[in-house]
Design a protein around this ligand. Structure first.
Ligand code: SF4
Length: 69
């Protein structure tokens, strides 16, 4: 993946060296999974992202470190 000035270091000739298949940003196992919202509503990352944000918000409201240490 190389869009918007960011290139994934795991993308070698459009193949993900982690998942051993064509690069599919936001797929389960991708470094972006749960870390970004994608415009495609089918991206598995989106639900994971929402759950992550909910956990962070809950920790913040409890007065804890939202990053979870
Ligand atoms: S699927 Fe994700 S981790 Fe793999 S090459 Fe693409 S952007 Fe990088």
């Amino acid at each position: 993946m190389s869009k918007g000035g960011w290139s994934c270091p795991h993308c070698i000739s459009d193949v993900c060296d982690i998942l051993k298949k064509a690069c599919d940003p936001g797929d389960k196992g991708c470094v972006l999974y749960g870390k970004a919202l994608f415009s495609s509503p089918e991206s598995p990352s989106n639900d994971a992202f929402e759950r992550r944000m909910e956990r962070k918000m809950k920790r913040l409201l409890e007065g804890k470190n939202p990053e979870g240490d």
